[in-house]
Design a protein around this ligand. Structure first.
Ligand SMILES: Nc1ncnc2c1ncn2[C@@H]1O[C@H](COP(=O)(O)OP(=O)(O)O)[C@@H](O)[C@H]1O
Ligand SMILES: N[C@@H](CCOP(=O)(O)O)C(=O)O
Length: 326
């Protein structure tokens, strides 16, 4: 359960006094997510999400995140909208943390993604990339290649507590990625955390995207690599090529992929795996015992990383150039 900061009824009532949302009826911590504290909030005006921003979110980035959600919603992409105070503010302070209230998005995330879910996610990701292209704000990726080594340095001494030899394996992977990371492929604003728990479906249709708090400027195909990692593996760590093909086809139907992007997909997937391996490793070693959060397993991403090392072209992810041209 991700609630790092407690909120008392009197604090919340005082916070809500700036909004036109009617009286507070109830609120409770949400048992999902790992980054921020989220509460399901019911007021006289309906159901909302209250978010208190925690460790990895910089205050200075909040206008980018909130503005991006507003921009995408204006373009017809379904995502939470910040609720404004009577004074027009979308960000405030609650229990010593930056805080905001968002509209509630109907739908549920899927625990068992099918190929059709993957196709829908690919399409939504490509639409997000296209619609965000003219968003006025920018944000460098705070978890890009250059940030992985310092993150590793902060926990490499204890990495072997998770698996023997892990420290050496990560060090070798970092060296490979630093020497082989692509540069000259299309860039833009990416979601950077489009995992199944951040995509809602309702009656079988994709109903919206949430959790834009890693969104940033980066390689568009890196978002696809994150998607392949997050959506297309089975519980036994095998890669499902049918799901991979569906995700890539769903994306390419909206924004065709360049040969240069397809060529570097295996490297981008290795990078995406290492990025989530490292943040999970850091959290695994540093989250205090007794915290109200379900820690995510770093070894899941070690297994994914090892798979990507065996792939040498986009066809290994199911991409079929002839089929896409047909
Ligand atoms: N706008 C929203 N509408 C409905 N549910 C939401 C909304 N925002 C968050 N949630 C719920 O809160 C959970 C955690 O939100 P998320 O943004 O993923 O948190 P974190 O930033 O901590 O990862 C989601 O899995 C979802 O159940
Ligand atoms: N998706 C990341 C962790 C970030 O969690 P989220 O709740 O913000 O999606 C992972 O799986 O490691």
């Amino acid at each position: 359960m991700a609630v790092y900061t407690d909120v008392s009824e009197s604090q919340l009532t005082a916070f809500l006094a700036d909004y036109d949302l009617g009286p507070l009826l109830s609120y409770k911590g949400i048992a999902e997510g790992v980054e921020n504290s989220n509460f399901l909030l019911r007021t006289g005006c309906g159901t909302f999400i209250l978010t208190l921003y925690e460790k990895r979110v910089n205050r200075g980035d909040l206008p980018f995140f909130v503005g991006l959600m507003e921009h995408l919603a204006e373009r017809g992409l379904s995502c939470p909208l910040p609720v404004h105070t009577r004074a027009g503010e979308s960000l405030g302070e609650l229990s010593g943390r930056p805080a905001a209230i968002f509209t509630f998005l109907e739908g549920m995330w899927t625990r068992r993604p099918s190929a059709e879910h993957c196709r829908a996610v690919g399409g939504a990701m490509a639409r997000m990339h296209a619609e965000a292209a003219d968003f006025r704000l920018h944000r460098a990726n705070g978890l890009a290649l250059a940030d992985w080594r310092p993150l590793f340095d902060s926990c490499h001494g204890r990495a072997d507590e998770v698996e023997a030899g892990l420290s050496d394996e990560i060090a070798a992977e970092l060296t490979f990625l630093e020497a082989n990371w692509p540069a000259d492929i299309p860039r833009g604003i990416i979601h950077a955390d489009l995992f199944p728990d951040n995509v809602f479906f309702l009656a079988g249709e994709l109903s919206g995207l949430i959790d834009f708090y890693f969104a940033c400027d980066d390689l568009l195909a890196y978002d696809l690599a994150i998607g392949l990692c997050a959506w297309c593996f089975e519980a036994d760590a095998s890669f499902n090529v049918t799901k991979g093909r569906a995700l890539l086809e769903g994306y390419a139907a909206v924004r065709p992929l360049l040969d240069e992007e397809l060529a570097v997909l295996p490297v981008l997937c290795r990078g995406a795996s290492l990025r989530f391996l490292l943040t999970r490793l850091y959290d695994w070693l540093n989250t205090p015992e007794g915290s109200f959060v379900t820690k995510k397993d770093p070894k899941e991403y070690l297994r994914k990383l090892r798979f990507h090392r065996s792939v040498d072209s986009a066809s290994g992810y199911g991409f079929d150039t002839e089929r896409m041209k047909a």
